[in-house]
Ligand binder design. Structure first.
Ligand code: ADP
Ligand code: MG
Length: 256
């Protein structure tokens, strides 16, 4: 195998982060292979969002390293040089949050064409073509000219996914992309994520939906209090967790 195919797409080593006196990440190691789908589960406050945000450098780690396709994300650069570096890196990571942050004054199509036009210098026609095909893929071909305020939560979230995909990222990071949605809108968003999984998009998915995690993930990682307590194949984690903390979490979760 060549070096590129062996190198993990995302590699986090010894990630440490404190907010004041509170240690939120206590030495996280994580490796995601190209095309792999990793689900991160764990109680609220365990550091899942901080971990995802650190991968994207929306949070600055106190210690540890993040690599994207071999490139050190938190590189020891300063000022403008770091800004240039991080902007280039971020263009290769798509991120979808719980709360859709679409531009309200732009149409669906314009929301999707904006980044590739501005950041990749795509021509107007080319960008529109790309956006139209991505919106078709997420099932919104008939909504391209709508404004976000006219869309349901599930539709907005699908636009957010199309918008992230428009940059042709190397990895997609999802942070509870469906937890703010009405239950009947969850499936349509999960379906898009499953479709991406089938296309071998590399994905890190923070989720509270155990069933979905079990269906979509190659690996499940259970976090608690800033550490990775346990990780493994979904079947093993859900059916035969080795750690007591994992068992307790799943029991509570499944009882709820
Ligand atoms: P999760 O996503 O697993 O619910 P978070 O990563 O959001 O967990 O949060 C982990 C801990 O870090 C929580 O105790 C949270 O209150 C704290 N935290 C997160 N972000 C900040 C911040 N910007 N400032 C201070 N504390 C924070
Ligand atoms: Mg969170």
């Amino acid at each position: 195998m060549s070096e590129t195919t062996m190198r993990p797409m995302v590699e986090v080593s010894n990630a440490c982060k404190a907010f004041g006196a509170v240690e939120v990440l206590k030495g996280i190691d994580l490796s995601v292979e190209r095309g792999q789908i990793v689900a991160i589960i764990g109680p609220s406050g365990s550091g899942k969002s901080t971990l995802l945000r650190s991968i994207n450098h929306l949070e600055t780690l106190d210690r540890g390293e993040v690599r994207l396709d071999g490139v050190l994300v938190n590189a020891p650069l300063k000022g403008r040089a770091f800004e240039r570096h991080i902007n280039a890196v971020r263009q290769q990571m798509g991120m979808v949050f719980q709360h859709f942050n679409l531009f309200p004054h732009l149409t669906v199509l314009e929301n999707v064409t904006m980044a590739p036009t501005l950041l990749k210098g795509l021509g107007r026609g080319e960008a529109r073509e790309l956006a139209a095909s991505l919106l078709d893929k997420v099932g919104l071909a008939d909504r391209v000219d709508y404004y976000p305020s006219k869309l349901s939560g599930g539709q907005k979230q699908r636009v957010a996914i199309a918008r992230a995909l428009a940059m042709q990222p190397k990895v997609m990071l999802f942070d509870e992309a469906t937890s703010a949605l009405d239950p009947e809108l969850v499936d349509e968003v999960n379906l898009v994520m499953k479709q991406l999984a089938e296309e071998h998009m590399t994905m890190l998915i923070v989720t509270h939906e155990m069933r979905f995690a079990g269906e979509v993930a190659d690996r499940v990682l259970f976090m608690d209090a800033g550490v990775v307590v346990e990780e493994g194949a979904p079947g093993d984690i859900f059916r035969e967790p080795k750690q007591e903390r994992t068992r307790t979490f799943l029991r509570k979760y499944l009882a709820a």
